[in-house]
Design a protein around this ligand. Structure first.
Ligand SMILES: C[S@@+](CC[C@H](N)C(=O)[O-])C[C@H]1O[C@@H](n2cnc3c(N)ncnc32)[C@H](O)[C@@H]1O
Length: 242
């Protein structure tokens, strides 16, 4: 059984993840995460949260600690947990999944909260998985917090670059053909939907490789949408699979 003091080292351990806040813990438990330890300074408040927000859920055993002890490790969360990082399918296996669900590709996202919000909406909308490139670990505690722990609901994998795939590669780009306009192709099932980095958008290499370059319509004068907002708009604009 780990102690609260192990959490600091766990942040650098590629086999473990740190869950800050109730929602991250809730979804980790709900989607079968292997939670190794849970700490709070206020047991009754945590139990009240569970009853209000997740009455279906039995939390793993919780260790009570002093408030100062908890805030030294995590300054702004009522509950802290440690879980094993689930083994992820490699990117080729993820791309080979046969269903019509799209795969979300995030090219070098910078902002961990944004990255997490993309995972959250991908999980909610039923995407097959999320692949990211670049320096940021999509399983970083800040991304897990932004994703409300929904990383545990679908494969989330970082790669150096997108492996070859038989899926259509659709670049979402404000400069692309406007979705819904006459002559613009619809997004095919099973596509890889590629979204660019917050400041600079998609790389030239990705754009050159893409089968189509599509834009969400925007009012004149608006340069772009937020990354996670774009992922949400595209996923929820896809024809329903039911
Ligand atoms: C904040 S934007 C990047 C802005 C960047 N200056 C650009 O021109 O792409 C981050 C990502 O969100 C997606 N995005 C933002 N607005 C979009 C739009 N109107 N249509 C399609 N994708 C959009 C793109 O994938 C973009 O790379």
């Amino acid at each position: 059984m780990p102690s609260l003091h192990d959490v600091t080292a766990a942040r650098r351990d590629p086999e473990l993840v740190v869950l800050e806040g109730f929602h991250a813990l809730k979804h980790a438990v709900r989607f079968g995460g292997d939670v190794l330890g849970v700490w709070t300074a206020d047991g009754p408040a945590l139990e009240a949260l569970r009853e209000r927000l997740a009455p279906d859920l039995a939390l793993p055993p919780v260790t009570l600690v002093e408030h100062e002890e908890l805030t030294r490790v995590v300054p702004r969360a009522q509950v802290l947990a440690l879980a094993r990082r689930p083994v992820q399918p490699d990117a080729r296996a993820l791309l080979a999944l046969p269903g019509p669900e799209p795969v979300i590709l995030l090219e070098a996202p910078r902002h961990l909260g944004n990255l997490g919000a993309c995972v959250r909406v991908a999980a909610a909308a039923g995407a097959a998985g999320v692949i990211s490139t670049g320096d940021q670990d999509p399983w970083h505690a800040d991304a897990l917090r932004g994703g409300a722990g929904l990383h545990f609901a679908l494969p989330v994998r970082r790669v150096r670059e997108l492996p070859p795939t038989d899926r259509a590669l659709i670049a979402l780009d404000p400069e692309g053909d406007v979705l819904g306009a006459t002559g613009t192709p619809a997004i095919p099932p099973r596509a890889v939907l590629a979204f660019g980095t917050e400041r600079d958008g998609l790389s030239d290499a990705l754009l050159a490789r893409a089968d189509a370059r599509l834009a969400l319509p925007m009012r004149p004068g608006v340069s772009s949408l937020n990354l996670a907002t774009s992922v949400a708009a595209v996923l929820y604009g896809l024809p329903s699979r039911t």
